[in-house]
Design a protein around this ligand. Structure first.
Ligand SMILES: Cc1cc2nc3c(=O)[nH]c(=O)nc-3n(C[C@H](O)[C@H](O)[C@H](O)COP(=O)(O)OP(=O)(O)OC[C@H]3O[C@@H](n4cnc5c(N)ncnc54)[C@H](O)[C@@H]3O)c2cc1C
Length: 408
């Protein structure tokens, strides 16, 4: 029977602890917080989007950083296996729009409680309020851990599953990454991802709270398109957010370190420029005696009208039937290309995920064991892997936790 240590009682750590214990290991789990799964608790707005009910190729296509590295982990423990696992330990699940899987109860706490029960059933020793300070490594072999109170605990193998640095409110910090760094692993630069974006334009801030559905967004660096997508977005007091923008952020966060980027919003993506012009013409004709500012209520949300008119340079008081053809066409072009300048992301404290982490080049993708230190394993967000929203990030944690736990 092997003695295993798991550092971190989040998604990846708890999964690994269960699997290692099921394989006959004696497992001790150390968590710095006063309870397990603090970040898991807030996932999916408290409902926990556990996984995405899809095949491995689709899982991989939703991974932003290092999808190839996750091939074995996903094929060993895919979304179906993950759903079976949770149903077996007593969590009933349901699949919603976009294949998103949630507990039937809509309570993330059910996921945490089921994992806790299963660990208890298997005899996993859980140590809360226990911060791990360093790894004990001798001659390239991990032999245990040292706690922040100085206590040393020996083990046959150790798993580092300390998560990313985003949402520090949940206790997330860089202590795990530091331990990896101290033991010779490369830690790549960290960026906030799945995060709102900051824009220069002040008008954007004034629209705080306004959400736009069925719009498309394009983000460019000079002539190069970095992102194109369709969906829902939201204006905030510092810029833009919402599902469409969060997805965009994961594709552009690294580029923002170097330069500002151009975001253009197409407010009418379903219409060609010609169709949109006809539509504007119709609206103007049916409101011909009204002022321009009062002729757009069928076309745009009311909050947006003064902003768009100001950007167009057309007088808001001008009579609807007095607009020139050139003015009308340029107004249509503006609606299909509303320009914003993105200069930064919001901070890690508002980022759903951390991009960057322990370099996957230092980890064996078939076992999750370190290539630099024997008997040391990694799982979850502490590694340089991240994905889009939809349950894919938790699936990374479950799959890599499963693989590490199986090989410990
Ligand atoms: C608001 C929000 C909503 C989200 N919603 C979803 C969602 O619905 N679906 C989805 O797929 N993903 C979601 N995510 C992402 C998902 O939560 C993470 O990808 C996932 O939790 C990563 O699991 P992990 O086990 O690697 O890390 P974590 O869950 O962060 O667990 C790491 C644990 O290690 C502990 N730890 C760290 N350092 C030490 C140390 N030195 N000693 C002891 N313990 C330590 C931490 O306290 C923590 O409990 C969301 C994230 C956020 C912030």
């Amino acid at each position: 029977m092997k003695n295993s240590i798991v550092i971190g009682g989040g998604a990846a750590g708890m999964m690994a602890a269960v699997i290692a214990a099921r394989r006959g290991n004696r497992v001790k789990l150390y968590e710095q917080n006063e309870k397990l799964g603090k970040k898991l608790f807030i996932t999916g707005k408290g409902r926990c989007n556990v996984t995405n009910n899809t095949d491995c190729e689709d899982l991989l296509s939703n991974v932003i950083s290092n999808p190839k590295f996750l091939y074995s982990a996903f094929y060993d423990f895919d979304a179906g296996a993950c759903m079976d696992f949770f149903e077996e330990i007593g969590v009933e699940l349901k699949t919603e729009r976009g294949n998103r899987v949630f507990p039937k109860s809509d309570h993330s706490s059910d996921i945490i409680r089921a994992l806790e029960y299963e660990m208890r059933r298997l005899g996993v020793e859980v140590h809360l309020n226990s911060k791990v300070k360093s790894l004990l490594v001798t001659d390239g072999v991990c032999e245990g851990i040292k706690l922040s109170d100085g206590k040393e605990i020996k083990a046959d193998n150790v798993l580092l599953a300390t998560g990313g640095v985003s949402y520090p409110l949940t206790g997330a910090d860089d202590s795990g990454l530091r331990m990896a760094d101290e033991t010779g692993h490369k830690v790549t630069e960290l960026y906030p991802a799945l995060v709102p974006l900051r824009t220069r334009e002040v008008w954007c801030h004034e629209l705080m709270g306004l959400s736009l559905r069925n719009v498309s967004a394009k983000i460019k660096n000079g002539k190069k398109t970095l992102y194109e997508g369709f969906g829902e977005m939201l204006f905030t007091h510092f810029g833009v957010s919402g599902p469409l923008i969060l997805s965009a952020s994961s594709k552009i966060t690294k580029h923002l370190k170097k330069s500002e980027l151009m975001l253009t919003i197409d407010l009418k993506p379903a219409l060609t420029p010609e169709q949109l012009d006809k539509r504007i013409l119709r609206d103007l004709e049916s409101a011909k005696n009204k002022q321009f500012k009062n002729a757009l209520s069928d076309l745009l949300p009311s909050g947006l009208i003064p902003v768009v008119i100001e950007l167009s340079g057309i007088s808001p008081e001008k009579k609807a039937n007095e607009l020139t053809r050139a003015e009308r066409l340029s107004f249509g072009t503006l609606l299909k290309n509303l320009p914003l300048t993105v200069y930064d992301t919001a901070d890690f404290k508002d980022a759903i995920i951390t991009q960057g982490g322990i370099s996957v080049k230092d980890i064996n993708p078939s076992t999750m064991e370190s290539k630099r230190v024997q008997r040391l394993y990694f799982a979850g967000e502490c590694m340089d892997v991240d994905a889009l929203t939809g349950g894919f990030n938790l699936q990374i944690a479950w799959s890599t936790g499963y693989l590490a736990g199986s090989n410990m």
